[in-house]
Design a protein around this ligand. Structure first.
Ligand SMILES: Nc1ncnc2c1ncn2[C@@H]1O[C@H](COP(=O)(O)OP(=O)(O)OP(=O)(O)O)[C@@H](O)[C@H]1O
Ligand SMILES: [Mg+2]
Length: 308
């Protein structure tokens, strides 16, 4: 059975089309990502799927239950970690867990037992009696994840679970998501980190302007770039250099960051020589061909970068 099936889903907010007719399904047991830039429509999609808002058009089913009709059933089998955590800052970690656990009518003993396991797994057990207002951003995110799991949902929705976290905290969350998935929980997450989608997910849907513009495994998405090559040039540069590279026939996209110019080019014989010829009066430190990332796929599909 599909964990999620979405058909022609659309959401409009007073004239703004946030979700523009999307259709896809997620299989039970998958880790699935919606990858897209700010404003793509990711949170709106999650809110519809988790019965927080109604769609303008279209249908979605969660394990066969319809988001337009069966919300009370859906709420029992889903866990949600929202983009903005909804913790009570004036309660302790454990009190927050109890509060949310009781919303699911779970017995206090069971909430405490399950809460302890999850607090231990997330490295927060020794902080359970502290007020949440004293927690760091990463700790709040972990607590929010614990709460999303307290009733053992069949499917977990994570809206940007690692935004703002340092690399170590991000890894920790990734490993935990994997573990939860290994125990059988389907994971639907949103992210604008292509590394996250690439590392964690079985399949990725790339979303932009309310539409799904590509959907496949990370490996197959990157294979779409067969006809392109990616060059990285390390050099001192200015607008003149960028313009000189842009003018070469076959250069599709160019971006620069921290002294490195990244160029997506058609795979054409002699193109590299043409580029070098155009900038040969400058001090080039290194030139390398690199493997495409999901970010490059996004750039080729949309002409813009994921993060900006
Ligand atoms: N409650 C609302 N009222 C009006 N417009 C909204 C509302 N919520 C979202 N939008 C608009 O819908 C579009 C999609 O927003 P959404 O929050 O779904 O994007 P997102 O992909 O989650 O972005 P981010 O990465 O910044 O979280 C945006 O143009 C946003 O301004
Ligand atoms: Mg969002």
């Amino acid at each position: 059975m599909n964990a999620i099936s979405i058909e022609n889903l659309r959401k409009e907010y007073d004239g703004i089309v946030a979700v523009d007719g999307i259709s896809f399904s997620v299989e039970e047991g998958e880790i699935f990502a919606l990858l897209g830039p700010n404003g793509a429509g990711k949170t709106t999609t999650v809110r519809i799927l988790t019965c927080q808002i109604k769609s303008t058009e279209g249908t979605a089913k969660i394990f066969g239950y319809d988001v337009n009709k069966d919300c009370s059933k859906i709420r029992r089998i889903i866990g949600i970690m929202p983009q903005e955590t909804s913790l009570n800052e004036l309660l302790t970690a454990e009190q927050n867990i109890l509060f949310y656990g009781m919303l699911y009518d779970l017995p206090v003993r069971e909430i405490k037992k399950r809460g302890k396991e999850l607090l231990e797994a997330m490295g927060l057990f020794h902080r359970k009696d502290e007020l949440v207002k004293n927690f760091s951003g990463g700790m709040k995110q972990r607590l929010s994840l614990i709460i999303a799991l307290i009733h053992k949902p069949k499917i977990l929705f994570l809206d940007e679970p690692t935004t703002g976290l340092d690399p170590q905290a991000r890894r920790h969350i990734w490993e935990f998501i994997r573990e939860i998935n290994n125990e059988g929980t389907t994971i639907f997450l949103t992210t604008h980190y292509m590394e996250e989608a690439d590392y964690l997910c079985d399949r990725v849907a790339i979303m932009d302007n309310g539409k799904i513009i590509a959907l496949d495994t990370p490996a197959k998405l990157k294979n779409m770039m067969e006809r392109e090559k990616i060059l990285q040039i390390e050099m001192d540069y200015d607008e003149g250099v960028i313009e000189a590279i842009k003018s070469v026939d076959g250069v599709k996209q160019i971006s620069d960051e921290d002294g490195i110019i990244k160029i997506i080019v058609e795979d054409r014989k002699g193109l590299l020589l043409d580029i070098i010829r155009n900038i040969s009066d400058r001090n080039i430190k290194s030139i390398a061909t690199v493997e495409p990332t999901l970010e490059d796929v996004f750039i080729v599909l949309t002409g813009k970068r994921l993060r900006d």
